[in-house]
Design a protein around this ligand. Sequence first.
Ligand code: KG4
Ligand code: ZN
Length: 343
Amino acid sequence: MSQAGTSSELILGIESSCDETAAAVVRAGREVCSSVVHSQIAEHAPFGGVVPEIAGRSHLRQILPVVEEALDQARVDLDDLAAIAVTSRPGLIGSLLVGLCTAKALAYARGLPLVGVHHIEAHAYAATMESDVQLPALALVVSGGHTALYRMASPTDLALLSQTLDDAAGEAFDKVAHLLGLGYPGGPEISRLAEEGDPRAIRFPRYRAKEGRPSFSFSGLKTAVLYHLRGQDALAPTPAPEDIERPQDVAASFQEAVVDTLVGETLRSAEREGLETILVTGGVACNARLRERMGEAAAERGLRAVFPSPAYCSDNAAMIAGLGFELWRTGATADLELDASAR
Ligand code: KG4
Ligand code: ZN
């Protein structure tokens, strides 16, 4: 018998929607027994972004070792599990299928229930795992692929309020980092460079949503950075990174514009919806300036902003196992016909 003992509340979570192969064992939706993440960053970095073909192949190599390590670290066997939860949507289809087929095979072999989890809803759930959160709450999910606001009535009841018109916030960080000659992923690099810069040096535009329109837009901001770098002549070539003047000011001013937009629109939405708790999750929620500004702005209005630890902001399988538990206990299990969906 394994160390963790037989428990009807242990869920194995599997995540492979983008460029992280991850597995985790979580008890009762909150107690993380193990969380293993294999990042593919080094494999995609030479291309400046995620290459779907490389991602799928890498998941295939990593998935079984990662699952085994998660079980080993938690000291549980497959037979100790109550269910297996897996990200089934949205994401890169070839990547999703690797996790999904693995989860199906294990569930079938051991006669375990299978639970399909929505990746973005799991990001929102992550904010409820480490602290007691009063629901309903507003959830801002900001990642490389998504920037969206949800009304979270319960862990399994999320209503999409609004999303980005074009680029996701993380995508904008990655694209601007590329213009500045920084590495991939761009968010952490911009954030580091911005620490040495002046956020008021350049006044980049802030998108302000009109009534009934999507809350966010970042493609105009990205273009504004490009034109700033080219100077007066919009048709001039983009300067080489070493010729850019005070890149730290560009990074700090760009980051400030993103943070202003995210904080402003999130607080307006909280007010409109009458919600007092704001959950901020997804890779961009690792950003120190966003954490600081959102925390301050919420406190000024008597609201509470909750951020998961950075390890649970970016892609991980603990959030999949966590939300998987909530779904499993409400009977929302899937059969072996469960399909992956890019959207
Ligand atoms: O949630 P995530 O790990 O994967 C997706 O589901 O997309 O988010 C990755 C995104 C990348 O665009 C990355 O640049 C951004 O999160 N990111 C950050 C920071 N750390 C990661 N953006 C801004 N500041 C950071 N510190
Ligand atoms: Zn994600």
